[in-house]
Design a protein around this ligand. Structure first.
Ligand code: F6R
Length: 357
């Protein structure tokens, strides 16, 4: 039920701090250790390469999951769009492990890949919000995202929940392999839940940004680098699916290789900069588009901020920033769609679960 909320999407955005705290509880035992099926731990540790398969927003969570598994647990990972993998399989490693990410657990494109993987005897894990769903039943193992029912067509809390589960997997695998790391997913997740709450309390700021940049525009560009590139792809998908504004998420450095030709007077460009290593680069990219008339909105962190940034996020581990930086992107999309008179919870042409190929 929506309760006092005008839309499920807004309710589900606000639920994210609770979902993250719920995940912390579900994946921890009494002594504070990570609680994970031994067989899942073994599957991750035995494989020589992980293949993450997903669609849409879940694919975007996979991009972040890859970074966590590679940087923390030193596991090689490829992330593939399910419908592409299905008819154009890459050369696989000798002992592959498939991880399917699916909120609904019913996505036909992903299921097609799973059916083939099973035929070949490959092991598989499904990360899903619906245990008992097709992808959950058919994979060897399931990891539950515990986000509660997601009703709005645009996925919000399932995305952050999926990334939270990946952070736990990455930390667990590092420990199992005795890799030295400061990365403590549980501690980070509790900081993230708090940071999400702070941002969810700033709805007036997000609404004003939607008004300042997105009320009239036909298009909008999102730019970022590394982790921020992943999250801006999700930000662009959110905006286009519910507000019908043509939006694209680009790697900041790639703009000048063609796309910058589209920048005109007043084109909105939303830049996310949470990574210290690329903060100055992305700010350089912002200057390039501003010089061509763009109307830029910068989202930074306490560590990367400069005067004039529209949103400053609390500091969190650089590998985990998408869990927090996506909150303003979700809210900005919500208010843009709302003020443009769109049907926020049920955008045209879309279904909540896509059970056809
Ligand atoms: C976007 C959205 C879709 C889904 C995609 C995969 O907001 O909801 O892009 O993420 O259809 O769905 P699942 O995760 O159910 O496999």
């Amino acid at each position: 039920e929506k309760g006092t909320y005008s839309h499920f999407m807004l309710k589900e955005i606000d639920e994210q701090p609770f979902v993250i705290r719920n995940i912390i509880q579900k994946y921890q035992d009494e002594s504070g250790d990570i609680k994970l099926d031994e067989n899942i731990r073994a599957a991750i540790n035995d494989t020589d390469r992980i293949y993450i398969i997903a669609a849409g927003t879940s694919y975007h969570a996979g991009l972040v999951g890859k970074e966590m598994l590679e940087k923390v647990a030193k596991k090689p990972v490829e992330v593939h769009i399910a419908s592409e993998f299905l008819y154009n399989e890459p050369l696989l490693s000798s002992n592959p492990l498939f991880i399917f990410i699916s909120q609904s657990g019913e996505t036909a494109d992903s299921r097609g890949v799973l059916v083939n993987a099973k035929k070949n005897g490959y092991r598989s894990i499904t990360i899903t919000n619906v245990p008992g769903s097709t992808l959950s039943r058919e994979a060897d193992f399931t990891l539950h995202t515990y986000a509660g029912p997601e009703i709005a067509v645009a996925s919000t809390k399932a995305y952050t929940a999926q990334m939270a589960v990946f952070s736990i997997l990455a930390m667990d695998s590092a420990r199992a392999q005795e890799i030295q790391t400061d990365f403590n997913a549980i501690q980070e997740l509790s900081l993230i839940a708090n940071a999400m709450e702070v941002l969810c309390d700033q709805k007036d700021v997000m609404e004003q940004i939607a008004r300042d940049y997105l009320l009239e525009t036909r298009n909008c560009f999102f730019i970022g680098r590394s982790m921020d590139y992943s999250v801006v792809q999700e930000g662009a998908l959110k905006l286009k699916e519910i507000s019908y504004i043509q939006a694209e998420g680009f790697a900041g450095g790639e703009l000048k290789h063609g796309t910058i030709a589209l920048i005109e007077d007043g084109t909105p460009v939303i830049a996310v900069t949470t990574q210290k290593a690329t903060n100055l680069n992305i700010r350089g990219n912002v200057r390039e588009v501003e010089a061509r008339g763009a109307n830029a909105c910068i989202i930074s962190t306490e560590d990367t901020k400069q005067d004039g940034d529209r949103i400053v996020l609390p500091t969190i581990n650089e590998l985990m920033t998408p869990l927090v930086s996506v909150i303003p992107l979700q809210l900005i999309s919500y208010y843009a769609a709302l003020h443009r008179g769109c049907d926020v919870d049920k955008p045209r042409n879309l279904a909540k679960s896509v059970t056809v190929e």
